[in-house]
Design a protein. Structure first.
Length: 259
């Protein structure tokens, strides 16, 4: 009960202070009211009940200048405790006396609003995270495909490099063989030219023998000598050509002299 009386006495003190200020401002508006606080005994307060009360502001002439809404005195509940709030309004200090339940409700509303804002922000962030994860997954898929293509291209490049090396080696071998063949062809051409010159000389010699044979009456001995010379020339030419070709890796059938 002393706690209840203390709260109500504080409330009434503030209300009476406001009423005193109003009454003084009605009587003499130019006179400021500073620190007006009439004393109120706790024993003067009514007991809690259903009876309605009302504050009326009366000036010295007995005229009612204002009145408060009807109210009751009752036992306070835990959430009906009063708290004071100080606010600055236009440079003058205002002391607000409000129920603690109102303050807590306001704080609860603010917390709920902040929670709703945070939940909304959380949902937005979750959407962004999901979008980023999807993007990361796409990039990982693209990267995996690029790596696979890179490996395939690397293998193809290695295969092409091996083929190029083999072709280069084969080309070098063919170039070497071509050089050897060209050199052999040149040697054969020289040998053929040599043989041709010798054949020409033998043909000239045979023509001379033939001319001599026609110019004079050939005896059997001369005819036999002529045929023997022709056979020896043919055999010599054949052996010469066969020897040259044998040194070059070619072979000719053996020439048999038929008499």
């Amino acid at each position: 009960m002393p706690t209840l009386l203390y709260h109500y006495s504080s409330l009434i003190v503030h209300i009476l202070a406001i009423a005193t200020r109003l009454s003084h401002s009605v009587e003499s508006p130019s006179t400021p009211l500073l620190g007006a606080c009439p004393p109120v005994q706790a024993s003067y307060l009514p007991k809690p009940g259903a009876q309605l009360y009302q504050f009326r502001y009366v000036n010295r002439q007995g005229r009612v200048c204002g009145q408060s809404p009807p109210f009751q005195f009752r036992e306070p509940r835990p959430m009906d405790e009063l708290v004071t709030l100080e606010e600055a309004d236009g440079g003058s200090d205002i002391l607000l006396v409000v129920p603690k339940a109102t303050v807590l409700q306001n704080q609860l509303d603010e917390s709920q609003q902040e929670r709703n804002d945070l939940m909304q922000l959380k949902l937005q962030l979750e959407d962004q995270v999901a979008e980023l994860r999807s993007r990361v997954q796409e990039l990982e898929t693209t990267l995996s495909t690029a790596k696979r293509e890179h490996l395939e291209l690397t293998e193809q490049y290695k295969g092409i490099s091996r083929s190029h090396g083999e072709l280069t080696e084969e080309r070098d071998i063919l170039s070497q063989q071509q050089g050897e063949h060209v050199a052999r062809i040149l040697e054969l051409e020289d040998d053929i030219q040599t043989i041709s010159d010798k054949v020409l000389m033998k043909e000239v010699e045979l023509d001379r023998y033939e001319y001599l044979a026609k110019a004079s009456t050939p005896s059997p001995c001369f005819r036999w000598t002529y045929l023997l010379s022709v056979s020896l020339v043919s055999l010599t030419l054949h052996n010469l050509i066969q020897g040259i070709l044998f040194t070059r890796g070619f072979f000719l059938p053996a020439l048999v002299h038929l008499s």
